[in-house]
Write a protein that binds this ligand. Structure first.
Ligand SMILES: Nc1ncnc2c1ncn2[C@@H]1O[C@H](COP(=O)(O)OP(=O)(O)OP(=O)(O)O)[C@@H](O)[C@H]1O
Length: 796
């Protein structure tokens, strides 16, 4: 157990080329793809004449060939043709050539970029089948709704080919999970797979683990999973009681503060107290210095309560439902089941919302999306809207994105934005557009950025006697019906980002002749991709449609990232309330959005780099834990720990640079529980003391081993070591977290915060490792010595 190989290594190196599986993408040009599509179609013509039984027999023969090493393009062509036929038989859909192209790219371990509505769900089936012939595949979706929907469809198709499909979700018991993980293809969200991985690592019995291992992952909406989720790691949390008094006091104090007592950095969404605020707090808590180490807890609670009050908004960041605060995912508009705000923010919000305080979470284990997917030797995926993040995919994940042409030309008209001075003008402009489209019978989808905004617009339109329906996290149960109605003549649907990936709006035939669905966005998102997702609800599968965004200079995006230019634009505003579609102005809005994207990218990179530092430590922890599992017995580990303790204690109480008369041998003996005297005489060295101890120790150990060491004894110690290790790791994670939270406030040191983090987390890790050794070794030594002392007494 040495740390040497986990010593610091530059995080820069980690950032590039995380995955090994991208091959020469240049060779994957369209001509090559078209050639394979032709071969698949030829094979398909032959296969389509087979009976269902013959189809299954072909599939099983193929499986055998692949499993005995055959992975040629010829076999892949056959696998694809079989899926094409199964899709046609079970779903009544003939796969387009473009879908086969996308499928081929995915089977190659790359990313297929296929426009929204092109039928990616079905395009993923051939690579899933092909890869499942070789080993288990995890199909990663962005949410549970899509996991379930796509699993049901895949199960129908794969049944024809004798391939088993499962759906992994939070409601399953350990036993049920094991059954699901026995399937050849498993659907689920990354966080569900991630939680299983973390939980498995924390088990004390190996047969309670559910996940068999990592082979292939195909990721739907790969940019959303790998990029949007990259800001927040998943955390397995244990519970500990929150300190309600401190939250209560902090919250009460904050009510007495004015906005001169704190500052909010709009761009980073960080909060801090001003000098005046700090003085007030110090007076109220009767403390001299809020930044003293003894006030860390108070300061932490105050900051979280301030964040809860000034940054976090109900019906945007969270909802309060039946006395519970639940997180809303900003990218999907959905409730994040089973997740809570961490580091006391959850409790601070509960205090603000006046609902019962939940137990505070203590992170037991956590992992970021980047590190999680680096566990798979192979990943590939698909996306509709990669545009802005291609670089990041290549930089961080080493994945190449291949654009697939659309099956039919895209007929949707993406109209130029209309920019307004105020939010009020914007809403008025939007309402009149909705009303005029509605009069012409054209269905409208209004995309909003939060639940509260969706409600505001709903009220506004209802006030104008326009019939409308609303889709947000609060109406999630009716999602399928709402989407089912959204493509009807004259329908008006107001939705949050829930009307993004997966919302497949079918149009009534008469609507097609009216020009299809019109999508109106009420605000640009921090990422262009999310806007494109919204636009992509219309103009699917070559149908007509239109989209337009309504922007105001009071929008969050402009306020946060528009800088001083936004004020200049507002001052020079010449257009009236009707809004402007001036090309220069819209270009400026584009530039503001790009600034936001860059900022978010930097945040993600920072989180990732911080995690790279911790990852080496986590690897050490997991590997050591695995080693404890796999050892025949743990005696050697215990003896090594005992040796470590002797060396540490002797060095502490018999320091080389002190004369031996100064040595504290009595303390040394009492700390070790050592019965025998330690002989000291002129010329004695530290090594002599150590040798004396070791010699006697070996005799004790010999008699203990002879009498007491058994498989059962070893098992008990295995469990004990794991528990000591886990407890130490938990404390270490908490120290790391505190270090991370404080890192932004270390700007005065004028050093890269990442370097500070790397250095200090390494010191913390050494402390954790040392502490573990001392505890384990100390306990073991005491057990042996106690036995020997009792035996001596007994024989005396
Ligand atoms: N070859 C095909 N022929 C006809 N319809 C198809 C075909 N492939 C898929 N579809 C249908 O097209 C619609 C869109 O499919 P799907 O939702 O998979 O698209 P998508 O590319 O994933 O879109 P988004 O990115 O917006 O979620 C679905 O109703 C699906 O059944």
């Amino acid at each position: 157990m040495t740390l040497g190989r986990y010593m610091k290594s530059s995080h820069e190196m980690e950032v590039k080329g995380l995955f090994r599986n991208w091959r020469s993408w240049l060779s994957n040009d369209r001509d090559r793809l078209r050639k394979f599509v032709g071969l698949v179609n030829d094979k398909h013509r032959v296969i389509s004449a087979l009976t269902d039984d013959e189809l299954q027999a072909e599939a099983s023969e193929l499986r055998q060939m692949v499993q005995t090493g055959g992975r040629t393009d010829r076999l892949r062509v056959k696998a694809f043709a079989l899926v094409k036929e199964a899709v046609s038989r079970k779903l009544g859909i003939v796969m387009h050539d473009e879908q086969i192209m996308g499928a081929w790219v995915m089977a190659d371990g790359q990313v297929a970029e296929m426009k929204t509505g092109e039928g990616k769900t079905i395009a993923s089936l051939p690579p899933l089948f092909w890869l499942s012939l070789q080993n288990q595949v995890h199909m990663i979706t962005v949410n549970d709704y899509l996991a379930q929907r796509d699993y049901v469809q895949a199960d129908k198709v794969m049944a024809v080919l004798g391939t088993s499909v499962g759906w992994n979700h939070a409601a399953l018991s350990g036993l049920q999970k094991k059954e699901v993980y026995a399937k050849e293809i498993v659907y689920g969200t990354w966080s569900e797979f991630g939680f299983d991985f973390l939980r498995d690592r924390m088990e004390y019995q190996i047969d309670r683990r559910v996940m068999p291992g990592f082979n292939y992952a195909v990721i739907d909406e790969i940019d959303s999973v790998l990029i949007d989720e990259a800001k927040t790691p998943i955390i397995i949390a244990g519970k500990s009681r929150a300190s309600p008094d401190l939250y209560y006091l902090s919250d009460k104090l904050l009510r007495a503060l004015t906005n001169r007592d704190y500052e909010v950095d709009e761009e980073t969404q960080q909060v801090m107290f001003t000098e005046a605020g700090i003085r007030k707090i110090e007076a109220m808590f009767m403390i001299d210095n809020l930044f003293d180490i003894s006030c860390v807890t108070i300061y932490h609670h105050l900051l979280q309560c301030l964040r809860a009050r000034v940054i976090m908004q109900a019906d945007r960041d969270y909802i309060v439902d039946k006395g519970k605060v639940q997180i809303i995912d900003a990218f999907t508009g959905r409730i994040m089941d089973g997740r809570e705000f961490s580091d006391g923010l959850q409790q601070a919000i509960e205090m603000k919302e006046n609902v019962p305080l939940s137990e505070e979470t203590r992170a037991h284990a956590s992992i970021t999306v980047q590190k999680f997917f680096s566990l798979y030797p192979f990943i590939s995926g698909m996306t509709g809207t990669m545009e802005s993040d291609k670089e990041e995919m290549r930089e961080i994940y080493g994945l190449h994105v291949f654009r697939i042409p659309t099956h039919k030309p895209v007929l949707r008209k993406d109209l130029i934005d209309r920019v307004f001075l105020t939010k009020r003008d914007k809403y008025r402009g939007l309402a009149s557009e909705v009303s005029s489209l509605h009069e012409r019978g054209i269905p409208v989808l209004v995309g909003t950025t939060s639940i509260s905004q969706s409600q505001e617009i709903y009220e506004l339109l209802r006030g104008m006697s326009l019939p409308c329906q609303i889709l947000n996290a609060k109406t999630e149960r009716e999602e399928a019906e709402i989407i089912g109605r959204a493509g009807r003549r004259g329908a008006i649907t107001i939705a949050t980002n829930m009307a993004g990936r997966g919302a497949d709006i079918h149009l009534d035939p008469e609507v097609i002749s009216l020009g299809g669905l019109h999508v109106l966005g009420t605000e640009r998102h921090e990422s262009r991709r999310i806007d494109l997702q919204l636009r992509g609800r219309s103009g699917r599968q070559g149908l007509p449609g239109a989209s337009r965004f309504f922007i105001s200079l009071e929008d969050d995006l402009i306020r946060r990232f528009g800088g001083e230019e936004a004020e200049t634009v507002a001052i020079g505003w010449r257009t009236g309330e009707e809004g402007s579609s001036d090309v220069e102005l819209v270009r400026w809005v584009d530039a503001v959005q790009e600034r936001a994207e860059r900022h978010m990218y930097e945040v993600r990179l920072f989180v990732y780099r911080l995690d790279c530092v911790v990852h080496k430590q986590r690897q050490w922890y997991y590997e050591y834990r695995e080693k404890l599992f796999s050892l025949g017995n743990v005696t050697d580990e215990l003896l090594a720990s005992a040796k470590y303790v002797f060396a540490e204690k002797v060095a502490a109480y018999c320091p080389e640079n002190d004369v031996f008369e100064e040595w504290q041998t009595d303390r040394l003996r009492s700390e070790l529980g050592w019965g025998e005297p330690i002989r000291l005489s002129g010329g004695v060295t530290q090594q002599d003391v150590l040798d004396q101890i070791k010699q006697t120790w070996e005799q004790h150990w010999f008699s203990f081993q002879y009498r007491l060491v058994s498989p059962l004894w070893s098992e008990e110690w295995r469990l004990e070591l794991m528990k000591l290790l886990d407890r130490g790791w938990l404390e270490h994670m908490e120290s790391l977290n505190a270090l991370k939270l404080g890192i932004h406030f270390r700007a005065l040191e004028k050093r890269d915060p990442l370097d500070i983090y790397e250095e200090e987390s390494f010191v913390l890790f050494q402390m954790f490792e040392r502490q573990f050794r001392l505890e384990a070794g100390g306990k073991f030594i005491r057990e042996v010595l106690d036995f020997c002392n009792r035996k001596l007494r007994g024989s005396a």
